[in-house]
Design a protein around this ligand. Structure first.
Ligand code: TYD
Length: 203
C-alpha cells in the first residue's frame, strides 16, 4: 500500500468494538498487511499520563478541561504515531478517535458541536479516518458488559450513556459514507464477517 489506511472504531463503553478491532487486526496481519493497533486516549508515552488523569482523576474536571485533555492526547497521537504510520503505508486501526469527542463531550456533556469539530480539526491537522466502524448497542447491555469496575467516564450514569449513544447515531446520519453502523447485538463472528465485508473494497 503506497498510502496507508486509517480506520477508527467507535461506540459506547462496552459495545464490543475492541474485540472487533483485534479480530480485524489479526485477519489483516495473517493476510500480510502491515497493521498498527492503537487507541485514544493514551496510546503510549505522554498519552498514557493523560489517560490516567482522564479515566481515574477523582476531583472536579470541567467539561471544557476534559475536552482539551482528550484533544491534547489526540494531537500527540496523530503527530507521533498515526500520521507517520499512514505515510509509511501501514493500516492504522484506532480504538476511538474524533467521534468519541463529538459523542461524549458534545452530545454527552452538551458542548457545542461546531466548536468540537473545529478543535478536532486542529488536533488532527485535518487528517480524517478513511472509514469509521460504529458499534451500536443498547445501554443496558453495554453497561452490563462493563460490570462494576467502572472508570470516571463509565461512572457518568445511564442518562449520559444514552445521550452518547444517540449522539453517535446522529453523527452516522450526518456522515453515512465514512461512518458505518453495526448492530452489536449480533454474535462476534457475525459482526466480524460484516466488518470484513465493509473493509473489502478498501484493501
Ligand atoms: P476506554 O477504557 O478506552 O474505554 P473503551 O474500552 O470503552 O474504549 O476509556 C475511554 C473513555 O474515554 C470512554 O469512556 C470514552 C471516553 N472518551 C471521551 O469521552 N472522549 C474522547 O474524545 C475519547 C477519545 C474517549
Amino acid at each position: 500500500m503506497e498510502k496507508g489506511l486509517f480506520i477508527t472504531f467507535e461506540g459506547c463503553d462496552g459495545c464490543g468494538k475492541t474485540t472487533q478491532l483485534e479480530l480485524l487486526a489479526k485477519y489483516l496481519q495473517d493476510k500480510g498487511y502491515d497493521v498498527i493497533v492503537t487507541r485514544e486516549p493514551g496510546a503510549r508515552g505522554l498519552g498514557e499520563k493523560l489517560r490516567e488523569i482522564l479515566l481515574n482523576y477523582d476531583g472536579e474536571v470541567s467539561s471544557n478541561c476534559e475536552s482539551f485533555l482528550f484533544l491534547a492526547d489526540r494531537a500527540q497521537h496523530i503527530d507521533t504515531i498515526v500520521k507517520p504510520a499512514i505515510d509509511a503505508g501501514k493500516i492504522v486501526l484506532c480504538d476511538r478517535h474524533i467521534d468519541s469527542t463529538a459523542a461524549y463531550q458534545g452530545y454527552g456533556r452538551g458542548l457545542d458541536l461546531e466548536q468540537i469539530n473545529y478543535l478536532n480539526n486542529i488536533a488532527t491537522s485535518g487528517l480524517k479516518p478513511d472509514l469509521t466502524l460504529l458499534f451500536d448497542v443498547d445501554i443496558e447491555t453495554s453497561m452490563a458488559r462493563v460490570g462494576n469496575n467502572k472508570d470516571r467516564m463509565e461512572n457518568a450514569g445511564i442518562e449520559f450513556q444514552e445521550k452518547v449513544r444517540h449522539g453517535y447515531l446522529e453523527l452516522a446520519k450526518k456522515e453515512p459514507k465514512r461512518i458505518k453502523v453495526f448492530d452489536s447485538g449480533k454474535t462476534i463472528e457475525q459482526l466480524h464477517q460484516e466488518v470484513l465485508g465493509i473493509m473489502a473494497p478498501l484493501l
